[in-house]
Design a protein. Sequence first.
Lengths: 349, 332
Amino acid sequence: MTAPVKPAGPGPGTAGPGTAMLSADGVAVRFGGRGRRPAARAVDGVNLDIAAGEIVALVGESGCGKTTLARTLLGLEQPTAGQVRFAGEPLSYRTGALKAYRRAVQLILQDPTGSLNPRHTVYEAVAEGVRIHRLGDEERRVADALARCGLRPPERFFQRYPHELSGGQRQRVVISGALVLEPQVLVADEPVASLDASVRGEILSLLLRLRDDLGLAALVVTHDLGLAWNIADRLAVMYLGRIVEVGTPEQVFASPRHPYTRALMSVLPESPGEPVVLTGEPPDATRIPAGCRFHPRCPELASGAAAAAGVDSQCRGVALPVLPAAAPGSRSMAACHLADVTPEPDDAP
Amino acid sequence: MSLLELRDLAVTYRTADGRVPAVRGVSLRLDEGQTLGIAGESGCGKSTLAAAVLRLLPRTATVTGEVLFQDEDVLTMRWGRLRAVRWAGASIVFQGAMHSLNPVQKIGKQIAEPILLHEPKVTPAAAAKRVASLLEQVGLPAWRANGYPHELSGGQKQRIMIAMALACSPNLIVADEPTTALDVMIQAQVLRLITGLVAERGISMIMISHDLSVLSVTCQRLAVMYAGRVVEEGPAHEVFTGAQHPYAQALAFAFPVIGDERSRLRPRGLGGDPPDPADLPSGCSFHPRCPVAEPECTSVETALWPAGPARVAACIRVRPDHAAASLSEEAG
């Protein structure tokens, strides 16, 4: 048995249960925009709270801004408006403060092969962070982290090189490298997208176990709705720089309120009914449509359902407010004019 | 009538570390107009199998067995005949194929190339006309023929690859992970396009993927491969919802059905690691990872046993004498 790794981040990293560990508060990130070209509004006003021990899945198409939002939460990108808060404190972008922050909030990328230096052994890969943060007691920390990620006995893996490991084992090494710093939040960008189907469940189970054993919070960025169903406590659907629907996976999947969420769900292989395949490519963040940003692709507007409910002119002309971060009670929140006027069948308490 | 038949196909690669078997005796049959999905994890031999169908393997590969395409063995075909079969008889859409477009050549020219090569009677003007109609069929405007690949998104490039595969009206399309690395919505668009075109033109298709849920809705039949062998084959939906081989079951559970309470906060995976093809386990090669392995599995010689109507599985639990044997053990 190995000693449990306790989360012990820097500073006031002791958010109580229920309060937000990591939050985005009206965060917007713009790129470019010099000269006559318009700026790309990659993230265009997002409120999102991640509580201690909570796994939040952020789903959306490529180009919807989900990776930019994740990078901003990691302090890799400075928001052009709004702020990122960690344990209630606004994030400081001074070098020293960022170093401490990056110990507490760790990143896991999609492709473990690309994340590992092929000429570093497993031990060196995991120990690097321990050395950078001068934590001491290196060998025990590395062994603990590897064992916790299911690489047992850890000593057997110390001198192995990435090419000697399978894809699943490599991703475990990457997660060990994050875990060895005893973080409080993991940000995982498509953590299983490049792994084999059979290994996928094992890595997701590991993330769940880390949450249960260590109280780790996690933001999982993905386009895989099944992953959200497998591990997430809360689900946020992002479209063109905004969160358009947020709720628990049960709420969102049982009665999706935003037409975009419904379209995403309808194209899943085993889903019943006719798939709503949205035509065209994901739209351009340099040209965000007026009114509801989804309206040019919205099947409800195209089919006349929005007109029947009398909201079609709002869809085309009235911008929607940014969804609040505060967790609602029993139902999901959606940024949709039609959802606002459509009564829910299960509205009655 | 069978369009393609693999008979005891085996492919071995010669490497610095010795001979590595990638495909170890696969027999499959594809009828005209039928669609077959092949599933399995990386290294199971599914892409090698696809390449072997058109004899596209490197020189380091030794191929034995037979690949009968319209009753002609592709493996012993003369070079000129093979060239004619490729593209015109059977074409292939590779994994990540969008990266194989030539960046400095116009899209229209690239699609027209196989047409002009395989049908010398077609004039360039007639080829251009066909390119325009092919582009329309894959949902792209005809003026895209004058553009370059960098002007397109990943999903659009994959559509171009499909247009190219259809250019010479083949009887068979082999699609190797055609939607990997594409977004959900784009994946749905591309899958819909492929299945629609295949059904409309009566083309046969082999689609390769590790995602059983995708194959179960796009293909009629489904074969699951493990360590170079087919371990289960049958009607796609039945294999997906009621797999008999424990490995096929694990693959089917890997992608949860949303709304299924059994998988909520309970991701299901398969322990252990894929086998090393150079050093395969004895007996049933799946036994080290198998959740229901029996002592016999370490030594048994598995074969594809009947497992229901039009279904086979290579697990001793479906072997005809197995249930009887375990029953008599219990009695004794």
